[in-house]
Design a binder for this molecule. Structure first.
Ligand SMILES: [Zn+2]
Length: 429
């Protein structure tokens, strides 16, 4: 009897051993099945869900979107209350993309709601178990590029770049950096340049534009002009461009009071206008055409000395910067500053409009020096904040490798030809 029992135990033991051995065989068979490649987006494997991708439409609300995806109103109210510190559900905007991850079962219930609030920033509302919301960012990849170009006769920097398929934004940024050293409207044929800059890609593939120019070299009338970006205040994140001998390239004044589409009329004392019988009507301002509502910025620190609506000037603001310089901004749709206000360079003082004598939306920018109106583009204006002595050594060390890199970039032997060279890739979070 005892022997039989032991025998039985042994048999059962063997049998169960065999049973246990089986699962080991299972992966071997499943190994033959096709391997599913993970499809990761926003940190989720989309293979695990039924996925809805859409954009917020007119009249859509967070609640309605979730309700349409099988979440009850009671649950929606609970979610909204629970996540309100991270995400205000009333603040979803039309045309923004969202993704809903739903259970793959027959309930097809929304489990995760992802709202793409910006190009990079997104919000995740995880509705599973304990409701949870957080904001995150798509990975951004920076690609450093080097470009050279040469100005052809009757051409300009935008065209030199456009021929290579490079965004005109790079030309704008170059003209900003060199605004007070080189007149980009009067370039010479044979002027040439090299630029080291970075481009941004979101989620590896989406081109998100030019990030910034790290260093540039511009040969104007055979004279070299170097520019290096350098952080002068890491706390405030202030960056500026300096020359090879640490001089600030920026001046105490901004080049323009608006982000403009074009300069529609320059300072010109001999301007003739058909409208006035082709008589000379001097234009003592610089007209920057821009859309109605574009913010107008103070080009330098100063105190507002006039702010009113008057005749042909329309709504205008005048700022006194010091005993030498004042600036004036005409045809505003609305003024934002009043007499006595102290404004800093870049502060919004009003918005582009068409008040007074104007045929199209623009800001007429008038630049006063010692009580006379002059062409701001022809002034030797004071340098902006120079680099401090304590930072100067650090700066000169910092630009060494950048300058070596710039100097090693070769212009193509044949004139008028240009080339693009893709360099290295830096991965950032
Ligand atoms: Zn004007």
């Amino acid at each position: 009897m005892k022997k039989l029992l032991i025998f039985c135990i042994i048999v059962i033991g063997i049998a169960s051993c065999k049973k246990e051995a089986r699962p080991i065989e299972v992966p071997v068979t499943s190994f033959v099945e096709p391997v599913v490649v993970p499809n990761i987006e926003y940190g989720f494997d989309l293979n695990d869900f039924s996925v809805v991708k859409d954009t917020v439409r007119d009249g859509d609300s967070f609640g309605q979107i979730l309700f349409n995806n099988n979440v009850s109103y009671a649950k929606i109210a609970e979610i909204a209350e629970k996540i309100k510190d991270t995400f205000d559900v009333r603040r979803i905007n039309k045309n923004k993309p969202y993704t809903i991850l739903k259970s793959e079962d027959s309930l097809e219930q929304a489990e995760v709601f992802i709202y793409q609030k910006g190009k990079i920033d997104y919000v995740v509302v995880d509705l599973r178990d304990s409701i949870n919301a957080y904001t995150s960012q798509l990975p951004v990849k920076y690609v450093e590029r080097e470009v050279t170009g040469e100005i052809a006769p009757n051409s300009n920097i935008s065209l030199a770049l456009e021929e290579q398929g490079i965004s005109p934004i790079l030309a704008y940024e170059m003209s900003d950096i060199y605004a007070w050293t080189i007149d980009f409207n009067r370039l010479q044929a044979g002027d040439r340049f090299k630029v080291i800059y970075t481009e941004k890609f979101i989620d590896d593939t989406i081109y998100a534009g030019i990030d910034n120019i790290k260093a540039a070299y511009f040969e104007h009338n055979t004279e070299p002009f170097y520019a290096f970006e350098f952080e002068t205040d890491s706390v405030k994140g202030l960056k500026d461009y300096f020359s090879e001998d640490a001089k600030n390239l920026r001046r105490a004044f901004l080049k323009a009071p608006v982000e403009y589409r074009r300069i529609s009329s320059r300072y010109n004392l001999r301007r003739r206008i058909a409208l006035y019988g082709n008589r000379v009507r001097p234009h003592k301002g610089t007209d920057f055409s821009a859309k109605v509502g574009t913010p107008i910025r103070a080009t330098a620190n100063g105190t507002v000395i006039e702010s009113r609506r008057k005749g042909g000037n329309g709504n205008y603001v005048k700022i006194k910067h010091n005993s030498t310089y004042s600036t004036q901004y005409l045809h505003m749709s609305k003024r934002k500053s009043k007499v006595g206000d102290f404004v800093k360079q870049g502060d919004v003082i009003g918005w582009v409009g068409m008040t007074g004598n104007t045929s199209g939306p623009h800001v007429c920018y008038r630049f006063w020096k010692n009580g006379r109106q002059v062409d701001p583009f022809k002034q030797k204006l004071p340098e902006a904040e120079p680099i401090s002595d304590s930072l100067k050594t650090k700066y000169l060390e910092f630009i060494k490798p950048l300058r070596a890199q710039l100097d090693s970039v070769q212009f193509k032997a044949k004139t008028l030809e240009t080339f693009v060279n893709e360099k290295q890739t830096i991965q950032a979070e």
